[in-house]
Design a protein around this ligand. Structure first.
Ligand code: MD3
Ligand code: FE
Length: 203
């Protein structure tokens, strides 16, 4: 069912469930070509989440900053193509949430092992903030933190489960957000992992 969290944010519970096994297989194929890797923040901290990408642009972070890159710095190759099923899922979910015509050119893949977390941040490395972001959660559950437009604003806690799809746009696009440490567990399809796909219009 669709749950409106705020003016520009919709949580589509279980939206990806009918094709969860196919999605997991396609993500596994992508990370076979562009392996998950730990990244370092510009400040020199190592991130607990392992990351890869597919599509025209991939998100990378190192001492030089956060940015979108047309190639995988680890292999020197272009990022794997975005599988058609993923592209379709993101476009359909955005349309269902009131953002028709979403054509993402980047899909960031985040892999959380138990204990991994993501601190509060804003997504501001994209060129056009008028496009929404679509996020697909697979594997172990997590508690998502939805803050406000200022870092100090208090954050709502939202449970994200396997198959849930979140769409963010409009006035909610620049909210601070994060993920609490993932609890230990084993998921039947993905084992001891949570995968999160975020579809963006990077350029
Ligand atoms: C709310 N990923 O990769 S996705 C990220 O579960 C990121 O891996 C989280 O934040 C994860 O940048 C959360 C949901 C999400 C994505 C973008 C947002 C929520 C958002 C942008 C604005 C507000
Ligand atoms: Fe984010």
């Amino acid at each position: 069912w669709a749950e409106r969290l705020s003016a520009g944010a919709v949580l589509l519970h279980g939206w990806a469930l009918p094709q969860d096994a196919e999605l997991c297989a396609e993500v596994d194929a992508v990370i076979g070509q562009a392996p998950l890797r730990g990244m370092e923040t510009p400040g020199g901290q190592s991130m607990s989440v392992a990351t890869s990408s597919c599509g025209d642009w991939g998100w990378v972070s190192d001492r030089g900053g956060y940015r979108y890159s047309a190639s995988d710095p680890q292999t020197g190759q272009a990022w794997p193509r975005m599988p058609a099923r993923l592209l379709r899922l993101a476009g359909d979910a955005a349309a269902a949430a009131g953002f028709p015509g979403f054509a993402p050119d980047a899909c960031l893949i985040n892999c959380y092992q138990p204990g991994a977390r993501m601190g509060l941040h804003q997504d501001k490395d994209e060129r056009d903030f008028s496009a929404p972001i679509v996020s697909v959660s697979l594997g172990l559950p997590a508690v998502f933190l939805l803050g406000g437009l200022r870092r100090a604003d208090r954050a709502l806690k939202i449970a994200l489960e396997h198959g849930d799809v979140l769409v963010w746009g409009g006035e909610d696009r620049m909210r601070f957000h994060g993920v609490q440490p993932v609890k230990p567990g084993v998921h039947p399809l993905l084992g001891a992992r949570r995968l999160n796909l975020t579809f963006r219009k990077a350029r």
